[in-house]
Design a protein around this ligand. Sequence first.
Ligand SMILES: N[C@@H](CCC(=O)N[C@@H](CS)C(=O)NCC(=O)O)C(=O)O
Length: 266
Amino acid sequence: MSTDALAQSPKELQNKGLVFLVAQTPNGNKPLYLAEELKAIGAIPDYTFVPISFAKNEQKSDWFEAINPNGRIPALLDNREGKKPINVWESASMLLYLAKTYDTGFNFHFQDEDLQTELLNWIFFIQGGVGPMQGQANHFFRYAPEKIPYGIKRYQDETKRLYGVYEAHLSGAKDGKKKEWLVGDKYTIADMCTEPWIRASTWAGVELEPFPHLAAWVDRIEQRPATKAALKIPEQDKLTQMKDNPEEAEKMAEKASKWIMAGQPK
Ligand SMILES: N[C@@H](CCC(=O)N[C@@H](CS)C(=O)NCC(=O)O)C(=O)O
């Protein structure tokens, strides 16, 4: 990091151990789901989190982009013992790094290579599928300054199609095997990488009723104490309240739309 950028950066970046740069969004939730699970089993000590303000565009500051050149949350700085600090960005890369480095007991990923490959299938699927598609559905449904019905429908339909893939998988519609988790018989980083998007479906105007197995899987994950703890970082998530409160959702969308549109390339 340049001396200027370093001078502007929060002092918490110097803390020992894991330093997460986060905001309360689906991609921001993912690595914290794992951090809280790892903390609960004693695999990591407490960690630092630095809230990033979109309203102030902090994710585009020089010091932030020195950690994640893409200027988006989440990002991670690991100030490791006896090694030079490492920066990790892209939420799925963060999950894989944390699992490989700290989940040495394979509680949330797999030693078995075939199962680990299956896990990677689902990780790449969310990163290239639901994440970008639902993200665009959010944009056109909630934030765009003009309502473009074709764009809204296109991205909502694609999000629903992708949800159908999860539903068929979990319900065993194709292979006759009903599943509790995406891969193997345990809760893994594949589930953690996926659920924060699915739980936020209504923000994109997509309902979960047609996907009962997926909805039940979301409920299972939401019951976990680590999930509840992660959803409080950097502040309590607003989704649950907003689900039953469309007016609040409108206000949030209006606020978010301001910084999103301000950040668009001119
Ligand atoms: N593929 C990235 C996506 C990251 C991303 O889109 N982050 C959003 C919040 S969910 C963000 O930082 N938006 C702020 C901006 O676009 O400036 C990941 O999985 O980490």
